[in-house]
Design a protein around this ligand. Structure first.
Ligand code: PMP
Length: 325
């Protein structure tokens, strides 16, 4: 018989899928690391499990305890799966720009969901960062995950996502492209790939309203770069410890409209029903096309699934209200 012990045993080993239509103007082979095959439908299952396992090893969480995290939804889902299997309670603190689907999905897997305003500074007591931290201080036997600065996040990708890409491409990968939020994915994968072959280029996808690109280029934290945006999952108004700027060769910024339009095009033209950051990633990849030559093997990672965006990106009224259609 071939089976896994529980749902956590299905995390990882996601497929690489060739892109055939949207990237046809690029001569290189473009392969999508298709992370929605994880049980929580996102790449975040990998790092969620790793962070919980490391917290258990360090004695930061005990049986029956409460896991608390500020999450845009995907990390919450991954943590919820780990919490169910391992016997913890799960509280997710979200900002109110997150899709209703994400909130309902988290409730479906047993999370308590706390919603905070989006348009406040990260250090404002109302921000979801602050609320999550405070709840953890006030809840007995709780553990605040902090995916931004918890280095088990990028380690998960160093140990699983990176090696998978290396093996699946037979070591032929030349470029890796991924959206950057906490930085865990790009930094862990990037570090692993560069250790195998230092010539591999690592490109980050950023959004307008985020500090990453300018910080990477100037090492200046420019508050003028911070303003509200609709793209979910990527860009930050803080510098998470998981972003290793030295591993990243460059960033490109994608507009909210392009991210939304290209998310829809992925579904219609490739049959890839994915989340908002996938549209940003593929548009960013097209913006970077002068960097790729015919022999190159470009891997782009798609973080999450379209089902979480049916009320937004895949909803005509929402698209029209934002002038995206
Ligand atoms: N896309 C989506 C949909 C996400 O939820 C996240 C995580 N915030 C990212 C991209 C960015 O991944 P990472 O946090 O590993 O940089």
């Amino acid at each position: 018989m071939k089976y896994v012990e529980n749902i956590l045993g299905t995390i990882g080993n996601t497929p690489l899928v060739k892109m055939n239509v949207l990237t046809s103007e690029i001569e290189a082979l473009v392969l999508a690391k298709y992370e929605t095959f994880n049980p929580g439908n996102s790449v975040k299952d990998r790092m969620a499990l790793k962070m919980v396992e490391e917290a258990e090893e360090k004695g930061l969480i005990n049986k029956g305890g409460t896991i608390i995290e500020g999450t845009s939804g995907n990390t919450g889902m991954g943590l919820a799966l780990a919490a169910i299997v391992k016997g913890y309670k799960m509280v997710c603190v979200l900002s109110d720009k997150q899709s209703k689907e994400k909130m309902d999905i988290l409730k479906a897997v047993g999370c308590e969901v706390v919603v905070c305003p989006t348009n406040v500074a990260a250090d404002d007591p109302q921000s979801y960062y602050s609320v999550a931290r405070k709840m953890a201080e006030e809840t007995p036997n709780s553990w605040y995950v902090n995916q931004y600065d918890n280095l088990a996040n990028s380690k998960a990708h160093y140990e699983s996502t990176g090696p998978e890409i290396w093996e699946q491409t037979d070591g032929k990968v030349t470029h890796f492209v991924a959206g950057v939020g906490t930085g865990g994915t790009i930094s862990g994968v990037g570090r692993f790939l560069k250790e195998q072959n230092p010539n591999i280029k690592i490109w980050g996808i950023d959004t307008y309203g985020s500090v990453f690109k300018k910080y990477h280029e100037t090492r200046e934290f420019d508050e003028n770069e911070i303003y509200p945006y609709t793209t979910e999952g990527i860009g930050e108004d803080i510098l998470p410890k998981n972003v290793d700027f030295d591993v990243i060769d460059g960033f490109t910024k994608v507009t909210d409209k392009d991210a939304a339009v290209y998310t829809r095009r992925l579904a219609k033209e490739e049959g890839f029903f994915l989340g908002n950051s996938a549209g940003a990633a593929v548009k960013g990849l097209l913006q970077l096309k002068s960097n790729f030559s015919k022999e190159d093997v470009v891997v782009v990672l798609f973080h999450d699934h379209g089902s979480r965006y049916v009320g937004k990106i895949y909803n005509d009224e929402w698209m029209k209200a934002h002038d995206f259609m």
